[in-house]
Design a protein around this ligand. Structure first.
Ligand code: MCN
Length: 801
């Protein structure tokens, strides 16, 4: 394959920052989202949802509702069962320590017999208008005998706790482990000191700006089903829904994910509403449209995080990390969402080495069912949880050892010459330089000038703190064979189809999906750079299973590293064919043809053919090597990565705490990330900004809180605090790159690094601000009330002295 890792910036090519192509339509209100699609004769679906967290469905009386104006049909779990419709499947299987497979209870499209969380759908009402459907849904008489609920992991694992699923004893889905327990025990036996921490990774609600929506359409004449949906991965939805839920063969099921207004993970999963509208459309023989409302999305979109972890780090006298022992409880919610089991296990515990040479690591994860919304991947998916734990623990270790926070990190960094580096928890990192990102970030953030700024704040009665995190994450998922061995039920390669048109413009069909990441720009840059055609002449198509050969979609910051590599491979095939055509036209040997800057040249001569001439010849093959080649210039490539990519870096945050109110104000945030080769610096900066904003949201503001009965208390934007402009600062972003060694671009992912690296930097800064109060840990979110209570409960050394 092409070696694309050598820097050569051309206009609209790799390394340039052309404005985002997609923004023309987004900023002028011409985006075309699922809810903008209206099919002729469509009816509207509204779901009646359980308002109790746990209960037996005694009866659903639809008699009166059916007679209401505009009602087309009403379906319940019984109808779904009678139709032989399966439940939505889980895409990842984990085995417990004892080798037994995880408990995998059915997740019916509409609840059958029992409801298990507030939001569980018990009936679907279809009517001529949304309002009529809402009225009829309200008029349904749903009798549920409430059962005691478990709304958090402590309640769910208490002796005699009510069971969410009868076959999940103790509400445990699996009890998994990784690492070498004996080696860790031996490390602790020789420890000079042990640092300990308990952390809660607070539960989050994703809240993409566009709520989910789905339209089912059925063509009786052809027997073809179409689902328009707000998905990050339409082919995956087609596979899961077609094969496991509705038994529709792929050639009769088209899934379209048009413009999607943000996903952040929450739109990866196959949701019951998608299957419900697709099935119902064929039943009522009309298109059926459902659009989620914001309050409904709070209780139906998969939530994120919700881990409780205890960790211990064994330290040598010189501060070397000897061994790490970790125990996590992960909340799965009421049902297994599509990728839920992978999050606390292979996406999380495998990163426990971080950027450090810890030789022995052992981690246990208990995954727990509760009567809450299912929990699954949310921007970072497992890596923010581990990074928060690790980077907090390293700060605690520094305190335990009486060492400087930077010095203890440096003492334990994996040195650049140790790469490729095999961790004790399965992953082999390919490249990185942690000292370089640390130094650059400390310079940009003026780490060394901090104490003077702290003294200045103190004069104003404010507590100033600075914190860092030196993180590493694994993304670009994934080598299919590795993912399969770890429990994934799908391959995780990517697909690109490059169609060169007769006059030399190009359409690229990619199996990834852009919902904010700017692929229409960066992927056009890749093709333009490689083929030497103007950037404006490359069009990107994604999100429609009828147009694109196949694809695994966008998540795990994989689109560039995996999807982009498939593009490089497909363009390489175009160039190889172009060389044969050029050799024929110029009566030269193929081996003598060189391709550069959009020109095929006979080496050592001034004979050349422009790319456009070759394209035209491929489609008007009057003078053509017919014996050897087919006409046309259209190539497809599948790319299965050899490894994950491992972005890393350093994030530094500076805060000021008002001791009178507990309010934490952000003063400065600096991120220096190693993401390998950068395709579009502007888009990369935007991705880091967005991720950091979400990380700050987790650290300071956001928390999905359930009461004991399983009601979501922070269930609206009035109660659940998303970060706003005035909660943020201008974020300084730098990149300091080592190349990925195993993909042709040298690129690592960037989509999640901001959300992974930032939360511990913020909390480390808050803890530092409170250093005179003897505070060693603050759980997220560090709200004013929490900080005020800590300050008022402690007696500051500062005040006493
Ligand atoms: N890029 C680049 N150079 C690199 C790496 C990436 O120029 N070295 C560019 C890519 O070409 C792409 C963008 O940066 O345009 C992000 O690329 P990548 O890291 O491959 O991530 P994905 O495109 O696969 O996006 C997924 C990632 C994830 S997992 C979440 S969650 C997320 C995110 O991206 N959700 C987002 N960013 C988001 N941004 C927006 N606006 N909305 C979301 O829902």
């Amino acid at each position: 394959m092409n070696d694309m890792t050598q820097p050569h910036i051309v206009k609209g090519g790799i390394g340039d920052s052309p404005k985002r192509v997609e923004d023309r339509r987004f900023l002028s209100g011409r985006g075309h989202y699922t809810d903008d699609i209206n099919r002729p004769g469509q009816a509207y679906a509204v779901f009646r949802r359980s308002d109790v967290a746990h209960g037996n469905i005694r009866s659903i009386d639809a008699g009166a509702a059916r007679a209401m104006p505009g009602v087309v049909a009403i379906f319940t779990g019984e109808d779904i069962a009678k139709a032989g419709i399966g439940g939505v499947p889980c895409g990842w299987q984990i085995h417990s320590k004892d080798g037994s497979p995880m408990v995998e209870p059915p997740h019916p499209v509409l609840a059958q017999g029992k409801v298990r969380y507030v939001g569980d759908a018990v009936a679907m009402v279809i009517a001529e208008t949304v309002d009529q459907a809402k009225d009829a849904a309200e008029a349904l008489v749903v009798n549920i005998d409430p059962l005691p609920a478990v709304s958090n992991m402590v309640a769910a694992t208490a002796a005699g706790a009510p069971l969410v699923h009868d076959d999940a004893k103790g509400n445990v889905c699996f009890d998994w482990h990784i690492g070498d327990k004996d080696a860790v025990d031996a490390a602790f036996a020789k420890a000079f000191k042990v640092a300990k921490i308990d952390v809660v990774n607070n539960r989050l609600v994703p809240n993409p700006i566009e709520p989910r929506a789905a339209i089912g359409d059925f063509d009786q004449a052809t027997g073809e089903h179409t689902l328009y949906t707000t998905s990050q991965n339409p082919h995956v939805i087609r596979l899961l829904m077609g094969a496991f839920v509705l038994q529709i063969p792929e050639h009769k099921l088209r899934v379209v994910a048009p413009d999607v207004g943000g996903g952040f993970g929450a739109k990866i999963f196959h949701y019951i509403e998608e299957a419900a509208v697709t099935w119902a459309a064929a039943q009522v023989n009309r298109p059926v449209k459902w659009t989620c409302e914001r309050s409904e999305s709070f209780i139906t979109d998969a939530h994120g995080r919700d881990h409780i972890t205890h960790a211990e780090l064994a330290l040598a006298e010189d501060g070397a990390f000897l061994g790490l022992r970790v125990k996590t409880m992960a909340n799965l919610g009421a049902y297994l969402s599509t990728f839920a089991p992978s999050v606390p296990t292979y996406l999380s515990a495998t990163l426990l080495a971080g950027v450090y040479t810890t030789p022995a690591i052992y981690s246990e994860v208990k995954a727990i069912f509760t009567n809450t919304v299912p929990v699954d991947a949310y921007r970072g998916a497992g890596r923010p949880e581990t990074t928060f734990l690790l980077e907090r623990l390293v700060d605690v270790a520094a305190k335990t050892m009486g060492m400087d926070r930077v010095a203890i990190r440096r003492r334990n960094f994996i040195p650049p010459d140790a790469y490729p580096y095999q961790t004790p928890v399965a992953l082999q990192y390919d490249s990185g330089n942690h000292e370089a990102t640390l130094v650059r970030c400390m310079e940009l953030a003026d780490w060394n000038g901090f104490e003077a700024r702290r003294a200045e704040s103190a004069k104003r009665g404010k507590l100033r703190g600075i914190g860092m995190s030196t993180y590493l994450e694994a993304c670009g998922i994934a080598p299919s064979a590795v993912a399969g061995a770890l429990g994934a039920r799908a391959g995780l390669y990517e697909v690109a189809n490059v169609k060169v048109h007769p006059t030399g413009s190009v359409t690229l069909y990619t199996g990834t999906h852009s919902h904010g990441q700017g692929h229409e720009t960066t992927f056009a840059q890749l093709v333009a750079d490689q083929l030497g055609v103007p950037f404006e002449q490359v069009e990107i198509v994604h999100g429609d299973t009828s147009k694109i050969p196949f694809g695994m979609g966008t998540y795990g910051s994989r689109s560039l590293a995996v999807g982009g590599s498939a593009i490089v491979k497909a363009v390489d095939k175009i160039i190889a064919k172009g060389k044969k055509i050029a050799a024929h036209l110029m009566e030269a040997s193929v081996d003598d043809i060189e391709f550069k800057d959009g020109k095929f040249t006979v080496a050592g001569t001034d004979k050349s053919k422009a790319f456009g001439e070759i394209a035209l010849t491929a489609y008007v093959p009057h003078n053509y090597p017919h014996d050897e080649l087919e006409p046309g210039l259209d190539e497809t490539a599948f790319y299965d990565p050899k490894n994950f990519t491992f972005p890393g870096g350093c994030h530094i945050c500076e805060v000021e705490v008002d001791p009178d109110t507990g309010v934490v104000s952000l003063l400065n945030f600096t991120a220096v990330d190693d993401i390998g080769r950068v395709i579009n610096p502007m888009i990369v900066h935007g991705q880091v900004h967005g991720g950091v904003a979400q990380g700050i949201g987790q650290a300071l503001l956001e928390h999905a809180i359930y009461d004991e009965a399983g009601q979501l208390l922070s269930g609206s934007l009035m109660d659940y605090t998303m970060p706003r402009a005035d909660n943020l600062v201008s974020i300084h972003v730098g990149t300091e790159s080592t190349m990925c060694t195993h993909n042709p671009l040298g690129a690592k992912g960037v989509g999640e690094v901001g959300a992974i690296g930032s939360p511990p930097a913020v909390i480390n800064a808050v803890v530092d601000a409170l250093r005179d109060y003897g505070v060693t840990h603050v759980d997220m979110p560090a709200t004013a009330q929490k900080i005020w209570s800590i300050i008022n409960a402690a007696s500051p050394r500062m005040a006493a002295e």
